[in-house]
Write a protein that binds this ligand. Structure first.
Ligand code: URA
Length: 214
């Protein structure tokens, strides 16, 4: 079995992200925004790209969308300390434009490494850019939001991006309802972790045999 991930390993990835000059976004960034949260987090949230405040502070989701993300997380009895938060691309696109496909591709390995290291119970996909990156060729966010999608042994829950709910009040209710579903997925994952290991097949067979013998 793989050993527990360490903070040093996560910081090593962060260091490479901060030094990355693979795509054009490094030219206009103030700093890269690798991600934030404890390496032990069981939940990972993946957004689109850093905005202006994130670019200044070097941390993801510190602006208005981040405030709503905090509310959503707290609505199911968690805090931001329970999450590791990152983005599809780690550097701010100028003027907050959408990330280009080649920028997403250039950043791809970092997100893969973060997911492989943390092995979270649930990956919250925030918005369509993260959805396209993590579940390419899936249905759109309006169809998949709140659903649990299992792919390659990983559990994803697509959600509307919190920024979208800042402009469309009804999405806020949808996000809150979807977060309640996330809570139930987490409870199930927790239950599985604490469930007694299934008895080996011989033990089951022997047990059944004794039932028949009586
Ligand atoms: N802040 C982020 O870090 N990512 C987003 O997608 C939006 C705001």
């Amino acid at each position: 079995m793989q050993g527990a991930a360490t903070t040093e390993e996560l910081l090593e990835i962060h260091g490479r992200i901060r030094a990355c000059v693979t795509c054009r976004l490094h030219v206009t960034r103030t700093q890269a925004v690798p991600g934030y949260g404890p390496v032990e987090a069981r939940i990972m949230a993946v957004g689109e790209a850093p905005g202006e405040k994130e670019d200044q502070q070097g941390r993801p989701f510190v602006g208005a969308a981040g405030k709503l993300l905090t509310e959503l997380v707290e609505s199911i009895g968690l805090t931001r300390r329970d999450l590791y938060i990152t983005n599809t691309v780690k550097c701010r696109p100028p003027g907050n434009r959408d990330p280009e496909l080649d920028e997403v591709a250039a950043c791809s390995r970092f997100l893969d490494e973060q997911i492989a290291l943390l092995r979270p119970d649930v990956i919250l996909i925030l918005g369509r850019h993260a959805l396209n990156r993590l579940l390419p060729e899936s249905a759109g966010i309006s169809r998949l939001h709140g659903e649990r999608v299992v792919r390659d042994d990983r559990v994803y829950v697509p959600l509307y991006h919190p920024a979208a709910a800042l402009y469309n009040g009804s999405l806020r209710e949808t996000l809150l309802a979807d977060m309640r579903r996330v809570r139930s997925y987490l409870d199930e994952a927790e239950g599985m972790r604490h469930a007694p290991a299934a008895p080996p097949p011989e033990a089951v067979a022997a047990d059944q045999l004794s039932l028949f013998a009586q």
